[in-house]
Design a protein around this ligand. Structure first.
Ligand code: MSP
Length: 539
């Protein structure tokens, strides 16, 4: 966990969350996709000097977890403890996720507060007792509307299936407690209208608005046929529905009813990152719960698309065996963090293939970016003994590079920092990488070096300073996405000594030209993106 940058005190933190993931199994590429996106977003804001809070965690109650534990012959708590410690936390560490906290829904700091929240709603008359009968998907942990189900085929012939999990739903009939969600439709619609940016992307927003316009039903918020959950405080035969329990993590983790100062400084979230499958919970149920308890609603719910395998949402059952670690051991952690955000427009579905990753790694990371860094360091070493020379003979070509960096920095700051368009932001930075490569190809410093006149040497110095300060900008701009290689580049530019730590470089100033001091000691560090070992194929 890394907190960096110069934080403004006393202001509200820029608060970002991931979904808390079910721990019925180890994390897969889909979970890592959302978590890496949140990490890049929060690193970006930290590097703007903002106060930031990045939360992730695990969703540990409910029937799905209970059944998995039973099938493995251990208690649900033992199952969760093992998975969290052996699979989830280690993966986030491995992927350099700099979360500020990790909440588990079985922690007392959470369960006590969940009971208080639900008790408050009950006391306010927002909850009543009723009965419910309907199809339930344990995979989603959700009652489904009959109209949303699909007809089973093959082994499931004659049965109704969940459209997401493609598994039969179970018909449940229970006495439950209900939250008066149906009363919140008009307030929610008014809120969406007044806050057009609340749901991202636009298509997701339209889907939610149309759904709410059709009229909301009250929500069953307890279950009584099993006991793996937080007990309903006034009726201990019931446990609180796992989604109500889970959504409250965003409040309990930041001091709800426990630490008012922390809560005021953090809550509500500025961005809830969610997969599109769980958008309605976050964009409808969650704000309604908050409105019901007079708490502020979040700034934005941003839905990412799905990573697909064979035309289906990537899930535990159709993973084809690829783990995040299989990719990081081949491509490296930084390239992994970069690839999915670079290759898939955030909000759209996308699929992974070894071939696509290999092609992009080789052309964009190794050839365009990595080679640029090593060539420039090698030339400063060869022609100037590793001491960065001064640019005294700039002309239009240098001006174009300077403008290119300013443009890349401004575009990336807007797209990554504000619009969550990670692909667009990364592309803007890599367009600049291409521009600097083009500049070197045109300027041919290796030829200019042969001109030993003072003018020739001044041009050579100018070209190399221009390239080196461009690399300084790239290291700053790519630090949120690829912290390890950016750090290596920072070291190779000798920037730490004069400019200080990379994470302290304000990203919004990355485009200001000429920050790398003349005289910096430039060394040829390790290759940033080494040649890949034997090619792998997806088929
Ligand atoms: N526990 C609930 C969330 C509660 S949040 C209050 C849950 N957990 S989950 O383990 O199923 O993970 C859900 C999230 O993981 C998705 O919303 C998404 O962010 C991420 N992904 C899981 N599979 C994914 C893909 N195949 N593709 C992209 N993201 C995916 O739902």
């Amino acid at each position: 966990m890394a907190a960096t940058g110069t934080e403004k005190q006393g202001s509200k933190a820029f608060y970002v969350t991931t979904p808390i993931y079910y721990v019925n199994d180890a994390p897969h590429l889909g979970h890592a996709y959302t978590t890496v996106a949140g990490d890049v977003l929060t690193r970006w804001h930290r590097q703007r000097g903002e106060k930031v809070w990045y939360l992730t965690g695990t969703d540990e109650h409910g029937q799905k977890i209970m059944r998995t534990a039973e099938a493995n012959g251990v208690s649900p708590q033992e199952w969760c403890d093992k998975l969290v410690e052996e699979a989830w936390k280690p993966l986030w560490e491995h992927l350099d996720i700099a979360n500020d906290d990790f909440i588990r829904t079985t922690e007392k700091r959470h369960t006590d507060r969940v009971q208080e929240f639900v008790q408050d709603l009950y006391d306010k008359g927002e909850i009543y007792k009723g009965g419910y009968e309907g199809p339930y998907c344990v995979g989603c942990e959700e009652y489904k509307l009959p109209a949303d189900l699909i007809d089973g085929e093959g082994e499931y012939e004659g049965q109704k299936l969940c459209p997401i999990h493609k598994k039969p739903v179970e018909l449940l009939k229970e006495e439950n407690y209900f939250f008066k969600l149906s009363e919140y439709g008009p307030r929610l619609l008014e809120f969406y209208g007044a806050n057009p940016g609340f749901i991202q992307p636009e298509s997701a927003r339209n889907e939610v608005v149309n759904f709410v316009k059709q009229g909301l039903q009250d929500l069953s918020i307890s279950r009584s046929t099993f006991d793996w959950g937080v007990k309903v405080p006034w009726d201990e035969k019931h446990v609180i529905y796992v989604w109500i329990d889970a959504l409250l993590n965003y409040a309990t983790a930041v001091g709800y009813n426990e630490n008012p100062a922390k809560f005021a400084d953090t809550f509500p979230a500025d961005v809830h990152l969610v997969g599109k499958d769980i958008l309605r919970f976050h964009a409808i149920i969650w704000p309604a719960m908050l409105l019901a308890n007079d708490l502020p609603v979040p700034g934005r719910v941003a839905a990412n698309g799905w990573l697909m395998v064979g035309g289906e949402k990537m899930s535990k059952s159709n993973l084809t065996g690829i783990k995040p670690q299989d990719l990081t051991s081949h491509f490296g952690v930084d390239a992994y963090r970069w690839y999915f955000l670079r290759a898939i427009a955030f909000g759209q579905d996308g699929s992974f293939s070894w071939e696509d990753f290999t092609a992009r790694y080789t052309s964009e990371l190794a050839n365009d970016y990595g080679n640029l860094a090593s060539r420039v360091a090698a030339m400063v070493g060869k022609y100037f003994g590793g001491e960065l020379p001064e640019a005294t003979a700039s002309d239009a070509a240098e001006k174009a590079v300077q403008e290119g960096l300013a443009k890349a920095a401004a575009t990336a700051d807007r797209l990554i920092g504000e619009e969550l368009d990670f692909q667009g932001g990364i592309l803007a930075i890599f367009d600049f990488v291409k521009q600097v490569n083009g500049y070197l190809t045109e300027q041919e410093p290796w030829k200019v070096a042969k001109d030993t006149s003072p003018e020739g040497q001044a041009r050579l110095a100018t070209i190399l300073y221009t390239a080196a300060d461009s690399l300084r900008g790239m290291a700053v701009l790519l630090n949120a996405v690829m912290p390890r290689t950016s750090e290596a580049l920072w070291e190779s530019l000798g920037a730490e000594a004069s400019l200080g730590a990379l994470a302290d470089q304000p990203v919004q100033n990355a485009g200001v030209w000429g920050q790398l001091p003349v005289g910096s000691t430039v060394t040829k560090g390790a290759v940033l993106f080494p040649r890949l070992e034997e090619p792998k194929t997806t088929a």
